[in-house]
Design a binder for this molecule. Structure first.
Ligand code: BTN
Length: 237
């Protein structure tokens, strides 16, 4: 299957552009890619600073599944991006940070912002998968240490368009696996590259930070954490 690509110089947020297209009937696999964003958004209401040089795009998906199930497509995005990075530079070994960041050298190189819309009857209407990857620059004041592909070496001539097409090529097979075999197949591939498994991690939630041992992720992608008190707890993204 192919993708329909809308390339823009500057937009507010590619997620909002895709939403507009989706509302007017755009098909599954429609992509909006921008060189810059003037109002890029991150998770939990944060800003995603988006100067020229990095990759910013959003992918419209209309899978025929329940909303709860579609939420774990963010793991598919992270897996596909890790593959794309490895294809571009086999010397880079990305790792995956729950719920959907890709890290290189334990620093954040990309993030995924998933947004969805439901129909009047509560089914999934569409899903927007917004992805930002630091190719040339990254914010110095991010709450989690960040890096760029340029800083990690071997990607001096990498353009955002090259990375986008590598991503779309890697996304396709993982999306098929997800549709055919469901999340459990994605889960095991994700766990193989998970960052911090078995170790103590800190999970920032909107109103508190949890710390505990990262045990695994469950069948729906929730984080299974063993708190310092010994209690087991499941955290949803
Ligand atoms: C995060 O880690 O907080 C998620 C960041 C997602 C950023 C991308 S850039 C393309 C798309 N458009 C946006 O406004 N946000 C996402």
């Amino acid at each position: 299957a192919s993708f329909t690509l809308h390339a823009r110089e500057e937009v507010g947020s590619t997620n909002d552009e895709v939403r507009l297209l989706a509302e007017t009937g755009a098909q599954d696999r429609t992509v909006v890619w921008a060189l810059r964003q003037s109002a890029g958004r991150g998770r939990q209401g944060r800003t995603w600073v988006s100067p020229e040089g990095n990759l910013y795009f959003s992918l419209l998906l209309r899978p025929e599944v329940a909303i709860a199930e579609a939420a774990n497509l963010s793991f598919v995005a992270a897996l596909a991006l890790a593959d794309a990075i490895k294809k571009i530079n086999p010397e880079i070994t990305p790792s995956l940070k729950w719920p959907n960041d890709v890290l290189v050298s334990s620093k954040k190189i990309s993030g995924v912002l998933l947004e969805s819309k439901s129909t009047a009857s509560g089914a999934l209407d569409f899903l927007i998968m917004g992805i930002g990857v630091n190719i040339r620059t990254y914010p110095g004041d991010a709450r989690y240490p960040a890096t760029s592909l340029l800083e990690q070496g071997g990607c001096d001539n990498l353009s955002p368009g090259d990375l986008l097409s590598a991503f779309l090529n890697s996304f396709d097979p993982w999306y098929k696996v997800w549709k055919k075999d469901g999340f459990m197949a994605i889960r095991s591939a994700w766990l193989d590259q998970a960052h911090g498994i078995g170790k103590t991690i800190y999970v920032r939630l909107p109103h508190q930070t949890l710390s505990g041992r990262f045990v695994t992720i469950d069948k729906d992608g929730a984080l299974d954490l063993e708190l310092d008190s010994g209690e087991q707890c499941l955290v949803t993204a």
